[in-house]
Design a protein around this ligand. Structure first.
Ligand code: ATR
Length: 279
């Protein structure tokens, strides 16, 4: 089988996904391709989707700004993606489209691959999520579904954090202001920075400034440009174990590739290569 895969979004300038999926195809010994399909504002989204169904594409990823736009065009949507209200992966089988969301579960897989000691004690770990946008939503839901039972959310806008906390009753959650979270940072075993603060070109800022951290804390940032955000830098200087954003990108891709091809390609080697590219 020839796996024709791709990415829909706009703009797609320097997406790393084609590189990642070509590496996966090569690793899995499969033939195929992964192309970028930009849909510019003003173009008919519906026409482009019909075009994909008529061609023999196996599936595609969807990124900004179409993760919600795609939903009415799907024949089926998996529970997680439905709960998220956002789809990042579509599988096409016999002309029928099924939507998935691998962002949150990809994040959890990346975290637990880096720190497997978490797996046996998920229910005892106190997690702080910083931010309450689309990324935080996916991560919160996936953490709760995996067995993390204490997940607080700190955000500039409290109402968005409260909405996320209502997604599931599987975790106990307190909603905090950023200032409150900063004061209580040493209570947490895992601190996950999900806001866009810290992305280029303002890489010197951080939504939270750590001053005191719990021993063995894991500080995680989903931003991968720059790889070493101000938040990670500050946390590392206080002794935190760090978890970089590029691995989320890889593991959400790994899960999508599994949906399309049934192959689970190991990512450890690729994570090191990608880190070098981004450093
Ligand atoms: P994504 O879908 O990538 O998560 P998003 O939905 O735009 O992006 O969410 C951005 C997150 O970054 C939000 O938590 C946002 O806080 P608000 O909900 O208060 O808007 C946070 N954010 C963005 N700029 C910020 C800033 N300057 N200071 C603090 N938080 C910020």
């Amino acid at each position: 089988m020839e796996y024709k895969l791709g990415l829909i979004g706009y703009p797609l300038g320097h997406s790393l996904s084609p590189w990642i999926h070509h590496e996966f195809l090569r690793e899995a010994g499969l033939s195929g391709s992964y192309e970028k399909f930009e849909i510019a504002p003003g173009e008919s989204f519906e026409d482009r989707i019909s075009g994909f169904i008529e061609s023999d594409i196996r599936g595609f990823n969807i990124t900004v700004p179409y993760k919600e736009t795609i939903i009415p065009f799907l024949d089926r949507i998996d529970d997680k993606a439905e709960k998220m209200g956002a789809v990042n992966t579509v599988l096409i089988e016999d002309g029928k489209l099924t939507g998935f969301n691998t962002d949150g579960s990809g994040y959890v897989r990346s975290l637990e691959t880096a720190y497997p000691d978490l797996i046996a004690n998920r229910d005892q770990k106190k997690v702080l999520l910083i931010g309450a946008g689309g990324a935080a939503r996916g991560i919160y839901y996936a953490l709760a579904a995996t067995g993390y039972q204490m997940i607080d959310i700190a955000n500039r806008t409290l109402t968005s954090a409260e909405k996320i906390s209502q997604l599931t009753s599987e975790a106990r959650t307190e909603v905090l202001s950023l200032a409150e979270a900063e004061r209580n940072l040493d209570q947490y075993d895992i601190i996950i920075q999900t806001t866009s603060v810290g992305m280029e070109p303002e890489s010197e800022i951080s939504p939270i400034r750590p001053t005191k951290l719990k021993q063995d804390v894991i500080a995680s940032d989903i931003v991968y440009k720059p790889l070493e955000t101000k938040f990670l830098h500050d946390a590392a200087s206080l002794g935190a174990r760090v978890h970089h954003g590029h691995t989320m990108l890889l593991y959400q891709a790994q899960l999508a590739f599994e949906i399309w091809t049934g192959h689970k390609v190991p990512c450890e080697e690729l994570a090191m290569q990608l880190k070098k590219i981004l450093e």
